[in-house]
Every structure is written in C-alpha cells, then in structure tokens.
Design a binder for this molecule. Structure first.
Ligand code: 6R9
Length: 726
C-alpha cells in the first residue's frame, strides 16, 4: 500500500545518529518493514496526516530529544502548558536510582509551586472552556444521565473543598475515598487536590482495611449504595464493617461523609451512626462555590494508592504533584492523539491507577470531555453476602452485551479505552446473535449482533490496558469494534509509573497486534538477563527502566526501605518493573506478564501471598499455594492448592467456605476459581514451595513437570495429579 511505503521511506530517511538509541536500531533500518511482513497493521493515511505524531520520523526526533536532554524536554512542556505560581529551582530533576550510591531519590520540578486541581479546572476555564462539557455521567440504568460543564464542575469541587476545610481537613491530611463511578468521585479527588489533602481511593474496602490505614485518615467519603447491573451493593455496610475493624486498631474516623445515591438506596434504609455519619447532600451544597487554592510544592504528595505486592501487605504507592501532572497530561495527549473535539471514555474504575491518571487527571488537564459510567464496565462484584456466586468478573452486559456501544453512540465517543478482559468477554458475547434478557431491547434490536447493531462511527482511537492483549482479542477489537479504522493504543504501564511507559502513538507507527510497541518520550526501557546485564537486539528477559521520568512514584508510604528492596535492588542501577518482556527483530516490545508471584486477574493485580494468607486463616486449612492459570476471560484465573488440617475431610461445603474466606478478606475478585485439594505440597528441602511444578499441574501440562529430584518428597506430585480432577 502507499501508506506502507510512506512508513518505510520515512524510516529509511532517518538521521544515522538516531541509531545510537539501541532498542530502536532494528526499526530505524526499516528492513523488516520492507520485507512485507503481514503482521503489521498500518494507520490509514487520513489518520496519520492529522495525527499529532504523524510518522516514525517525527517520533524519533522527539524521542531522541527527550532522552538526550530530559530536563529541557520536560521543562519545556511543563512551563508552556501548565500554570505555576512559582517556577521550580535550578534543577528540573534530581535523582539517584542506584542503590549502590545511597538512598533512592526522585524529584522533578522541586521548588515549583502549583496545584493540579487549578490546572485541571481554573486554567482551562480561563482558556475559554467554561461551557465545555467536562463530565458526562451515564447511570447503570439506560436512560438516566447527567453532565457538568467545566465551570459547573469547578463549583461542585469548591463546595466540597470548603466543606472538607470546615471539618478540619488540612494540607497533607489523608482522605479515604470509597465511591463508585459517580461524578462525585472525580469531584472528590479534585476537591482533595485543591486543598492539598492526599486522597486514597479504593476499588474495594476489605475488612482487612486496618492494614492499609497507616496514613491515619480522619475522614472517609463514600455513598450508601450502588447499582451494578441488576444488583444493588450496599457500600456503606462495607465501610461500616471496615471501620469496626480499624477501630480495634486504634484508628478512629471522625466523619463518614455519605452520598445518598437515591437510585440505588434511599436514606431511610441506610444504616447510620449518629455523630459520625453525615449526608453529603445535607451539607456540601450549602458551601460557597469558590474556594481558594492551596498552592503546593511539586513534590508534595497528591495521592496514595494501594496495590498488591508479592508479599502479604499491600503497598501504598505515593505519587507527588508536579511531575505526575506533567506526565499524565502529556501521555494522555500523545498516546490517544487527543483533539479538542474528542469525547473520551475510559471504562476503568477510579479506584485503579488507570482511573486516577486517565479518567480524572490526564484528560481533565487537557480540558477533555470525559464519560463516566456508573454501571458494570469492568469487573468487581464487591458484595459481602454469604452467597457464593462464582461471578466475580462481570462484563458490561446490562441490560445486555451491547451496552458499551450504546454508550459510545449516545455520547459520540471518539476515544475508547478499556482492558483486554473486557474485550475478551465482549468478544465471546459479541459475535452471537442477541439472546436478550430485556424485552425493550429485544424489540429494538431483533437479531443483530451486539456490536454491529450500533454505528460506532464516532470512534477514532481505541486503547487497552492492564495486561497483555492477546492478538486474537486485538484483532476483534480492531476489526469488529473499530471497523478496521481505529489504531489501538496498547498502553503498558503500572501503578508505580503513574502514566504510560510503552505505548503506540496512533498515527506514528505501524502496529503489531499484541505488542505495546515503543517507549513513550523520556522512557528508556531495558531488558536485562538474570545477572542484570542489559541485552540488546532481539531478546527477552526482565523489563527494567533506566533513568527517571516525571510520573514515577516517589516511595511506598511509610516504607522507603521496601521501595528500594522491591524495585531498585533486584537489578542495581535500574527500576525493576516485575514484568518479563521480549523485543523482536523490529524493536517492538512484547510484554509477557509478571515474573514475580503476582497474578493478573482481569487486569487487577493479586499477590499469591495475599490469597494464601487468607486461605490459611481458615481454621481448617493447614497450608495453601496459589498459582495463576490461563483463563479465557479474566486473562489469569486463581488456582489454589489447599492442604487441610489433619483429619478434616474435604467437602463441597468446605470448598465454599474457603472461597468465602478469601472473598471476605480480600474481595470477591480474589476468590479462587479452583480449589485443588492437596494432601501435601511439593517443596524443596529448604522448605520453599515449588510453584513451577504447581503451575504445570494447574494447567495440566503433566508431561512438562521438569526436574523434580530436588523435592523433599517427590511422591506428592503423583498424589496431586491423581486428585487433579476429583
Ligand atoms: C496500569 C496498570 C501493572 C501490571 C504491569 C503488567 C500489567 C498493564 C499492560 C500490562 C501488558 C499492557 N500490564 N498494562 N501488561 N500490556 N498494556 O495496569 O497498573 O494495576 O499497577 O498493573 O499490569 O504486568 O506490571 P497496575
């Protein structure tokens, strides 16, 4: 095609100096592209022509600059596109990323004084966006919606900020947020940021919250209930239970601000603790709609977000203000080729980093119009009832599996950002003729396919995040959902990185289904072997990052030691991502999943250790070992080997009760898909469980068990195999 040629030409004409950037070597040569590989998918000429980064050449030019002069590159963006009350000091970035040279430290724009809420709202309003829609809110029930313009959003944010100040929330104080996808969630995040408070948003609030409250919050913001598909979930009950637990540990919450989500539950039916609980609607609207900004240092904390680690205790990832602001805004703009007229929908929940960086901050900093959808758009069945339904991953299938595209058409969504788990589940439903649960829908859409009965013609760019997207899901997303027209930004990044690290720039690169392609500006990914030696060219190994980027997390809250040990000690001199990665002959990056003991279920990280500790807390469970197994929809499923206390017989009832224990302690999404009764576990003589073998048994690759001679009791393997399908 002509487009194909254009790409090859632009690659061939690159300056030879660009070749110094080693991982791009292969691509710069352009050889593979010329060799008619059919696994490339090219952006259309039309798309590339209007794109912010229209060619590999342009990308390389900017990429080179960002690597050779990071301070110049980022300070140029920071000063031209954001408001700073006061400019930063002499140094744009000061860092030590080498444990051998002292404490790890990352600082960007230190001394710069700003406020991210001001930059999201006031700055955009001053620039003429006052009447532009900031948020479209779509309810769980089709037909119910709301919206706010930028100036209306600012008023709401200010009212809440004033209320929070009135109850004593000050700069640096932590605020716990447990809200569903209502407009009040981004409002809350922005209100905290406006007054310099540190928000800590949860996607679930397990009973074990006590472990997480080391930030000593005084205020919790929640709502009474939420509708997810056909179900009502009483969030307030979950909060109440968590607060009882934390009180036992001496953490007392003064105020539990509760939004009355009327469509889900009336206030009369909400359990209430006088003196602590306050209805949002009774107090917040009484406050003034303007509120002075608390100016903060670029390195003042913005938020804490807890994420699973490979050892039991969740990690409180701390992000600061200035670098995060510059980084999320810039990544959003380029990776989605953002235009002012775009309508953007990210299906992630704000309780996940994706919701922080790419529902709230990144898009709002760009003055974008954002769709917020209340209903099930992702997963999570957070109910804490005792009824074990094995449905913890839910697709957005209410009233049916066409809901996403219904929303896309309704708001004329142009950029749609979601997770492979959702793509896979809709792919499963999407190609079937409709088998519809709802009469109105049946009459409206008699026999058509869930996807194609909608136009989707507004779509321009698609995005994927959370786990590697399988090439088959990629192709379905591209061909069916995007009508073979919309580039897919498969964004690889982490809670820790704050924003995109390896991502296609739509329009710039030909894509390969399943590859996250190339690093974002300023990011230097390196692949190392077990010894920590960088490997070049076509290779695979451990993914690390050299140097810092503005969006990087600065510490683990209250545990800088663990921050260094987990991320900077495994391969001294580098940030270790915990992921495996290979690079192909064309320089494209392929993420291969976690190399530590973290399972990725529907894009959510669950430490094996967390699930194991929950299982073992059951009085009849002696020992547990958890591994991930391939799962058609969730990406990975949880497979648990469980050894029972001597003399206790294995039964269906016990199985349910084990699963319930995990649900109650961690959350429904962590519930094992399979409990495999194990009279014994394969262990080395030093007592380490050999997960390598358990993974093989779990995936029934029995002829690939490998060497089992180092086992203390090799006989257990045969026992386990015998019990595999019992
Ligand atoms: C944003 C987010 C991070 C882990 C990460 C990796 C996996 C995320 C991915 C991906 C392949 C992608 N991951 N995006 N793997 N391709 N596009 O997911 O943050 O919840 O912290 O998870 O998710 O394994 O290390 P987080």
């Amino acid at each position: 095609t002509t487009n194909h040629l254009r790409h090859v030409e632009s690659m061939a004409s690159l300056p030879s100096g660009a070749g110094k950037i080693s991982h791009l070597n292969a691509v710069i040569l352009g050889e593979a592209l010329a060799s008619e590989e059919n696994d490339f998918v090219f952006p259309s000429d039309d798309f590339s022509r209007q794109a912010l980064i229209p060619s590999p050449h342009k990308y390389l030019e900017m990429y080179k600059r960002s690597i050779e002069d990071p301070a110049g590159f980022w300070s140029g963006i920071a000063s031209s596109q954001f408001y700073w009350k006061q400019k930063w000091g002499d140094q744009v970035c000061s860092e030590n990323l080498d444990v051998r040279k002292g404490d790890i430290k990352i600082e960007w724009f230190k001394g710069g004084i700003t406020n991210i809420c001001y930059n999201c709202l006031d700055r955009n309003i001053d620039a003429g966006l006052a009447d532009k829609i900031a948020l479209y809110w779509e309810s769980n029930e089709p037909g119910f919606d709301a919206h706010l313009t930028y100036s209306q959003l600012l008023h709401r944010v200010c009212q809440l900020a004033n209320y929070l100040k009135s109850i004593g929330v000050r700069k640096g104080d932590a605020v716990i947020v447990y809200l569903p996808m209502l407009m009040e969630l981004p409002i809350t995040m922005l209100a905290c940021a406006r007054i310099g408070a540190v928000h800590s948003v949860y996607i679930l609030l397990p009973h074990k919250i006590v472990e997480k409250l080391d930030c000593k919050p005084k205020v919790v913001i929640t709502c009474n209930a939420v509708r997810r598909g056909p179900k009502t979930i009483n969030l307030k009950d979950i909060v109440d239970a968590a607060l009882v637990e934390s009180a036992k540990n001496g953490i007392s919450i003064d105020v539990c601000l509760t939004y009355e989500n009327q469509s889900a539950l009336k206030r009369e039916s909400t359990k209430w603790q006088e003196g602590r609980d306050v209805w949002w609607e009774d107090v917040v609207p009484k406050y003034p709609t303007t509120c002075d900004v608390e100016w903060v240092d670029a390195e003042d904390p913005l938020f804490l977000l807890y994420t699973s680690g490979s050892t039991g205790k969740p990690k409180g990832v701390l992000h600061t203000t200035g670098g995060y602001m510059v980084y999320t805004a810039t990544t959003f703009k380029y990776a989605f080729d953002y235009k002012e007229s775009d309508v953007y929908w990210c299906t992630a929940d704000c309780g996940w980093i994706t919701g922080h960086s790419y529902v709230t901050y990144g898009p709002m900093l760009n003055g974008a119009t954002v769709v917020v959808y209340e209903g099930v758009s992702f997963f999570v069945d957070v109910s804490i009832d005792s009824n074990i339904s094995i449905c913890y991953m839910q697709a957005p299938n209410y009233p049916d599996s066409g809901r996403c595209w219904d929303i896309v058409d309704k708001y004329k969504v142009t950029i749609f950002y979601t997770a492979p788990t959702l793509v896979r589940s809709l792919m499963r439903d999407g190609d079937e003729a409709s088998c519809i649960s709802n009469l109105v829908y049946t009459l409206k859409y008699p026999v058509q396919n869930y996807v194609t009965r909608y136009s989707r013609k507004s779509l321009r760019v698609l995005g994927s995040v959370g786990e590697p997207i399988n090439p088959s899901a990629w192709r379905w997303f591209f061909n069916v959902v995007g009508g073979s027209r919309c580039p897919i930004s498969d964004t690889w990044w982490q809670t820790e990185t704050g924003g995109f690290m390896i991502t296609p720039l739509p329009g710039a690169w030909p894509q390969k289904p399943g590859s996250a392609t190339f690093p974002f500006f300023g990011v230097q990914p390196v692949i190392v072997d077990e010894k920590g030696t960088e490997i070049d060219g076509e290779c695979s190994g451990y993914l690390c990052v050299k140097g810092s980027w503005p969006g990087a997390f600065r510490t683990l809250y209250g545990d800088h030691e663990r921050y260094e040990t987990t991320y900077f000690r495994p391969f001294p001199g580098y940030y270790f991502t915990g992921d495996g990665c290979s690079r192909d002959k064309d320089g494209y990056h392929w993420l291969t999943g976690r190399v530590d003991d973290v399972i990725n279920v529907s894009g959510h990280r669950i430490g094996t250790a967390e699930v194991e500790s929950a299982l073992v807390s059951h009085p009849q469970c002696a020992e547990a070992a958890v591994v991930g197994v391939e799962h058609e929809v969730k990406g990975q499923g949880i497979y648990a080997f469980v050894t029972l206390v001597e003399g206790v017989p294995y039964s269906e009832e016990l199985r349910k009760s084990l699963i319930l224990t995990v649900r109650n302690q961690i959350g429904a999404f962590a519930a094992p898909d399979k409990i495999h009764w194990a009279p014994g576990l394969p262990k080395t003589r030093s007592g380490k469980i050999m997960r390598r073998i358990l993974r093989k048994i779990a995936s029934r690759q029995l002829d690939e068990l490998g060497d089992i001679s180092t086992l203390a009791e090799p006989g257990v393997v045969d026992q386990l195999i015998a019990l595999a399908d019992s």
